[in-house]
Design a protein around this ligand. Sequence first.
Ligand SMILES: [Zn+2]
Length: 305
Amino acid sequence: MDITCRSCGHADITEIGPLPPALSFAGTPLDEWLPGGKLYVCRTCHLYFRHPIPSEDKLNSLYAAAHADAWSYESKQRADWRIVREHIDASHQPSRVVDIGCYDGAFLTGLDAQHERLGIEVNETAARAAASRGISIVGKRASDIGTLARKVDYITAFDVVEHLPDPLAFLRSAGSVLSSDGAIFIATGSTDARSWRLMQHRYWYCANPEHLSFVNEAWARYAADAAGLHARVVARYAHDADAGLTQRASQFSRNLLAKLAPGFAAWMRLRGIGDKPADTPEQAAYPPYWASARDHILLEFTLPE
Ligand SMILES: [Zn+2]
């Protein structure tokens, strides 16, 4: 195979399988199908990645066209935010905190007011909303973190690195501006999750066309080594922690059916049977949602003592 890892550059790559084409991006309908490419894993750095991916210009225009409210969350739903806030506020001293992809500032405004709160956000409507809530916007793209002139105590990236072509490059940039006793928190999907290992390339998380890169605990160890940092797993959690038993059971059984009898699952959806009817074969074959699965990981990276 003539593919090399776009992060570490090595050629020991395994193909997992095709990813479905998409008709919407960041919650916004597209005029034509966006090809899904395939899912691969790098046996050197352990990154799972979509390939090929749209050009940087194409990605920028897709995000620019996205609805401003695509990623609005109520903070009580989020286990990752709660854990990181507790960690930052527990230091009992004013810290300089940068949230990557801060959106409207919802995570930062929940922090104790003594902290200096900075945000990086590409969506202009969201960035204006964050600024109106007292957040200093210091950049647009995740890579802008490396351009900050002063060191930072905490860098947070919730649901960010899966959107980046190269999460290790981001980690290196973040590490370059981290203060000696600071920490980088990365929250994202983990390919180690049992649900993901069951569904492989047919998993909901990697079907999402905005998601390009997927990490796991082995990646965290490799990346920490490569970036001169120390890695720790803080939590494994479900993105939708509020899902009730009925919702969990329904998501589980729909995925199991798609795994064991994909043709039958698609046939049912095309005939409008069940609660996720489909109009086209592509829609019918699209992986079922499974946000109640415990498939997310919260990683902490720190500088060595
Ligand atoms: Zn690699």
